[in-house]
Design a binder for this molecule. Structure first.
Ligand code: SAH
Length: 274
């Protein structure tokens, strides 16, 4: 960065733009700021990619904050054990209910406002844009990252923990899923994206996938940018983009297309013009 002046930000003193990733994580608590608390065996994996680019800058500026709770520190005995073998036998290890409960309780005790507790899990409700929007409107989130075979069911029941999945595949741990959820949510917090993007026009916000994008050079590899985009006619450009968005959605995501048609009062199964 050319400008080495410390950044000034609401609620913060001054933060150097060269701050190491770990310095981005809040020691002090910023009141009224959307806060993610992440319970994990791998706190060093945070902020990870969230420390880069727009989410990283917003973190530095105190537009949101991130805290990790090291699950290991709640562990038992000299080895700080957090897991044990599955009741009923079988492969792998399960994170213990009592250890997890101590971590969740601490996160709840230090949370402010309306903060759901979410366990990242392949069994959960699929993460989508609507969920990110709802979470962005709250005060933050407490995220529990599983490892090994997962967590003792009783802790989920006891705290009424919501399960959220990144998709129909199995990850090694919840950390990547937690970062995906935080990224999708934090970018919807006002001022995080600045002028860099419009969240209203992008995929899913309107119920459609986004139209294709182009930039210079005007011709590349013998392929020209669609002429209408260079016409300067904003109404025509908007109509072209909408048409492309509809076509793409219809082709690739019949499920979204049906929902979109229904939301616009059209028969989802017929294909008359919108
Ligand atoms: N035995 C479990 C999988 C455990 S994978 C099962 O079959 O359901 C280990 C951890 O990775 C989980 O506890 C969870 O926190 C995380 N994880 C795995 N896949 C995930 C997904 N699709 N979405 C969110 N988290 C996931």
């Amino acid at each position: 960065m050319a400008d080495e002046k410390p950044l000034r930000a609401a609620g913060r003193k001054s933060i150097r733009p060269t701050a190491q990733p770990r310095d981005l994580m809040a020691e002090e608590d910023l009141a009224g700021v959307w806060t993610a608390q992440v319970i994990t065996l791998f706190p060093q994996a945070f902020p990870g990619v969230l420390g880069e680019s727009l989410t990283g800058r917003a973190l530095q500026e105190g537009l949101w904050q991130l805290r990790t709770l090291d699950l290991r520190s709640f562990g038992e005995g000299r080895h700080r054990n957090v897991d044990d073998t599955p009741a009923g036998g079988g492969a792998g290890m399960v994170l213990r209910a009592d250890i997890l409960a101590a971590a969740v309780s601490q996160a709840l005790a230090q949370a402010r406002g309306q903060v759901p507790v979410i366990y990242l899990s392949p069994r959960g409700q699929r993460l989508d844009q609507a969920m990110a929007q709802r979470l962005a409107q709250g005060d933050g989130v407490i995220l529990l990252c599983g490892r090994f075979e997962g967590v003792d069911e009783r802790v989920i029941e006891h705290f009424g923990i919501q399960e959220v999945s990144l998709g129909d595949f199995v990850l090694t741990g919840g950390e990547i899923a937690a970062q995906a959820l935080i990224d999708a949510t934090v970018r919807l917090i006002p001022r995080v994206l600045g002028n860099h993007a419009s969240t209203e026009e992008e995929s899913f916000s309107s119920g459609l996938l986004e139209h294709p994008q182009y930039t210079k050079p005007a011709v590349w590899d013998g392929r020209a940018i669609p002429e209408v985009l260079l016409s300067g006619n904003h109404a025509k450009i908007a109509a072209w983009r909408r048409d492309m968005a509809e076509r793409l959605t219809k082709e690739r995501r019949p499920d979204l297309w049906r929902a979109y048609r229904a939301a616009h009062g059209l028969d989802p199964d017929e294909d008359q013009e919108l």
